[in-house]
Design a protein around this ligand. Structure first.
Ligand SMILES: Cc1ncc(COP(=O)(O)O)c(C=O)c1O
Length: 368
């Protein structure tokens, strides 16, 4: 199923930038940052080369140190745990909530020890994590807090705050499958001008924006986002609301059509005023249904699906490095073993949606 991502406006702005000859550190960077900030309702935005790069810079700015423990989710894309390892700290996992698939502040509190210095909750699949509770936990235990909002553009908390704009450092991702894409890319939302200044410097090899060429006063990285990507981002932002509405429409279509398949669990409905920013549509197969066989049978019917996501602690690298084993986080492991991501993009047509639904119904209700 084709995913037309790039429209005429994207082509126009990218080509204009290409022809300008200013391909990096040009005016598109600031333009994208301020447009993204206006959309989000946040002031201090740093565009970076990926969500992973943004997480790395954000936890450094928040104060992570080698040897620290950081409490985070085992049910996430591996980048949220990996960024902790980049700084010689240790990701400490706790189990997830069976409804939202996010870690709760209570589960996180149980995992906090004397070695813990920070919290890194993830708004998984775009569903808002319980940030008021995480804010309280961080304040009570004097912990820093960084939000992984890579999947949650368009999400809104019950108190009306946009996900990522509550005043904690937060990090968005703009990889090609995201609600908004720059190809590769990401953005850090900083709570203060000082933190933005540090992030802007560290993304550019430790050179502050007001410093001369080849002058560097701190350790930095090359985590810059080039101007072609920023131009793409500016054009995407112009139709972000429309694209988010498209995803919500597809989610409604799936929700209505899949609700009667016995044993199949659908993404949790919005509750208590929290609103999901739709990123993926992930179902939980009925217990006992073979997922690998389901993926193959769906493919034979012309529908691409993916297991999404594996439990991080059971990835071979994490098992070997930290000795993690099955059974540590039972809810996460059950969810991870049954999760299946369906085709999901704003332009998915009604007919394509029906094809997906009929294929899934046939495969689950009449397994080969
Ligand atoms: C929850 C989460 N965290 C971090 C990332 C990392 O973002 P990127 O792939 O842009 O480095 C992603 C991206 O897929 C993600 O889904």
């Amino acid at each position: 199923m084709a995913r037309p991502v790039i429209g005429a406006r994207e082509e126009e702005l990218v080509l204009e930038t290409l022809r300008s000859g200013r391909l990096s550190l040009g005016s598109r960077l600031g333009e994208f940052e301020s447009a993204f900030g206006s959309h989000l309702g946040a002031e201090h935005i740093s565009a970076v080369s990926s969500g992973t790069a943004g997480l790395h810079l954000a936890i450094r700015a928040a104060g992570v140190e080698p040897g620290d423990d950081v409490v985070t989710s085992p049910f996430s894309f591996v980048a949220s745990a990996n960024c902790v390892l980049y700084e010689g700290a240790r990701p400490v996992f706790c189990d997830i909530d069976a409804r939202t698939f996010n870690i709760s502040a209570e589960a996180a509190a149980d995992a906090v020890t004397d070695r813990t210095t920070g919290l890194l909750p993830v708004h998984i699949f775009g569903y808002p994590a319980d940030m008021p509770a995480f804010d309280r936990l961080a304040a009570d235990r004097a912990l820093w807090l960084v939000e992984d909002t890579c999947e949650a553009l368009g999400g809104v908390h019950a108190d009306g705050a946009t996900v990522g704009a509550r005043g904690n450092p937060s990090v968005f991702g703009f990889y090609a499958n995201k609600q908004l894409t720059t190809g590769e890319g990401g953005a850090v939302v900083s709570p203060s001008a000082e933190m933005k200044e540090r992030i802007d410097s560290e993304r550019n090899q430790g050179r502050a924006p007001d410093m001369g060429w080849l002058d560097h006063d701190r350790l930095g990285f090359n985590y810059r986002l080039d101007d072609l990507s920023c131009a793409l981002g500016v054009a995407q932002l112009e139709r972000l609301d429309e694209m988010l509405a498209g995803r919500a429409r597809v989610a409604d279509l799936y929700g209505e059509a899949l609700v009667d398949i016995e044993g199949l669990s659908l993404p949790c409905a919005d509750e208590g005023g929290d609103r999901r920013g739709w990123f993926v549509y992930v179902v939980q197969l009925p217990p006992g249904v073979n997922r690998d066989a389901t993926v193959v049978a769906m493919r034979e019917r012309g529908v691409d699906t993916k297991p999404y996501l594996p439990a991080i602690h059971l990835l071979s690298f994490y098992r070997e490095r930290f000795g993690h084993r099955e059974g540590e986080f039972p809810v996460c492991e059950d969810v991870a073993s049954r999760s299946l991501a369906l085709p999901f993009f704003p332009q998915l047509t009604h007919a394509q949606g029906e094809q997906v639904v009929e294929a899934l119904r046939a495969v689950i209700e009449r397994p080969a």
